[in-house]
Design a binder for this molecule. Structure first.
Ligand SMILES: Cc1cc2nc3c(=O)[nH]c(=O)nc-3n(C[C@H](O)[C@H](O)[C@H](O)COP(=O)(O)OP(=O)(O)OC[C@H]3O[C@@H](n4cnc5c(N)ncnc54)[C@H](O)[C@@H]3O)c2cc1C
Length: 397
């Protein structure tokens, strides 16, 4: 029989995450968004409660949470703010879990305790101006510089946590002719000579309290000790990180949907027009019922993908399904939530307008909604065995 109840340890993780979201993140979310300021003090406070090492093994100083507990953390933080939830998903899923899965024992021992304590923040640098969805087309070069040493040259864009990070996972190619087989993942320290960072130009639509940076690598020195896995393994490392990261985005979208449902329900109970609560009008009721159904469906897809992750099952299709459904629903329903609040939804005195803006980012990063459909269809159809195309092993970011 299928089992839908949470374990006691999940309930405990959810209760802690809810408390931290309400006590630490929610009070600063609106001002941080308005000021376009990364709320470092809130992040440091989260670190003091251990959640910057939530999925990190206890032997490295983490909480040792599994993917279900960590998904609940993203859901609860995402219920109040996507900028901090986005910070957390990059730090935990794309960096800490990526290192736990692919790094050497020495790399794990050096970095996981520092990441878990929040002493060092992590960032994941894959995207370039000409390599977004087609991540294998990246042009950042690792040029040999003596035995077992390279110099990195190139530029990355849109790197979340990019201004504060003390540790970057940087994807570069040792030979562009090898396409994805030349991509290699390197650990780069934040203070590495030759690394320059600056804020992305323009004002983002949402996630305005996140840091989005341009990174420039001008001869940054790396050695064999900084390679994650082996030379040429980088594409697999990147895609492995995205399996964790996309689950985090899906869970964040579930939180955003729940927030919209809560806000719309409260407003529909209190706002009166034509002598009635607006919640007594059937068209408003239809919206609330459909929003509740989509929230539950998004949560079930996400929890199923998290459950598969706990069981260490292959879950690329399920994670993409969860991300696609949850983030598209978040875009649809945050727009409806603004409309259902009338003029009150149009100003930042209530969080619905921020949820509406933030939702748009969810269906772009870690693979757009179109890319998730490509991943899902490819998992269903399988690859053509008889006549493989030259680049049929490419992944999509
Ligand atoms: C808020 C935010 C945070 C981010 N954080 C990070 C980060 O921390 N690290 C990082 O490395 N990157 C980050 N990114 C970058 C993000 O991952 C890319 O923006 C994303 O992968 C899409 O790439 P692109 O923007 O170049 O769009 P493009 O790849 O140029 O896509 C443009 C359009 O074409 C469509 N398209 C592309 N290829 C196909 C295809 N084969 N079939 C059908 N349609 C296609 C896309 O779906 C999209 O609609 C972030 C982006 C944002 C907005």
């Amino acid at each position: 029989m299928a089992e839908f109840s949470l374990r006691p340890e999940d309930e405990a993780a959810r209760a802690l995450a809810r408390r931290l979201a309400v006590e630490i993140v929610e009070p600063v979310a609106r001002a941080a968004d308005a000021d376009r300021r990364f709320p470092r003090e809130a992040v440091d406070a989260l670190a003091r409660h251990g959640v910057l090492g939530a999925p990190v093994a206890k032997e490295y100083g983490g909480l040792g949470w599994d993917s279900m507990q960590t998904a609940l953390l993203y859901e609860e933080i995402g219920r109040v703010d996507q900028s901090v939830r986005g910070f957390l998903t990059v730090h935990l899923a794309l960096v800490a879990q990526c290192l736990a899965a692919s790094a050497s024992a020495a790399q794990r021992a050096e970095w996981l305790p520092r990441l878990a304590r929040g002493e060092v923040l992590g960032a994941y640098a894959l995207t370039e101006r000409d390599a977004g969805s087609d991540a294998a087309a990246l042009a950042t070069r690792a040029v040999p510089d003596g035995p077992g040493a390279w110099r990195l040259h190139g530029e990355k864009v849109w790197i979340t946590n990019g201004l504060s990070a003390g540790l970057f996972i940087v994807f570069a190619t040792v030979d562009p002719a090898l396409k994805h087989k030349g991509v290699t993942a390197f650990l780069v320290r934040g203070d590495a000579p030759g690394l320059a960072r600056e804020r992305m130009p323009g004002v983002e639509l949402g996630h305005r309290a996140s840091e989005h940076a341009i990174l420039r690598f001008e001869g940054v020195g790396v050695t064999e000790a900084d390679v994650i896995g082996r030379i040429g393994d980088g594409f697999g490392v990147a895609m492995g990180g995205l399996d964790h990261g996309r689950l985090g985005v899906a869970a964040g979208a579930v939180g955003l949907l729940q927030a919209c449902l809560d806000l719309v329900t409260d407003f529909a109970r209190s706002r009166r027009q034509f002598g009635k609560r607006i919640g007594d009008f059937q068209m408003v009721q239809e919206r609330i019922a459909d929003l509740a159904c989509d929230t539950e469906a998004a949560r079930l897809l996400t929890w199923k993908a998290a459950w598969m992750a706990v069981r260490n099952e292959k879950r690329t299709r399920e994670v993409s399904m969860a991300k696609l459904f949850a983030t598209e629903a978040a875009c649809r329903w945050s727009a409806e939530a603004v409309m259902l609040h009338g003029s009150r939804g149009y100003v930042n005195e209530r969080p619905v307008e921020r949820h509406f803006r933030d939702a748009q980012g969810l269906r772009i990063y870690e693979g757009t909604s179109l890319v998730q459909r490509i991943v899902i269809a490819r998992e269903i159809l399988g690859r053509e065995v008889a006549a493989p195309s030259p680049d049929n092993s490419r992944g999509f970011a």
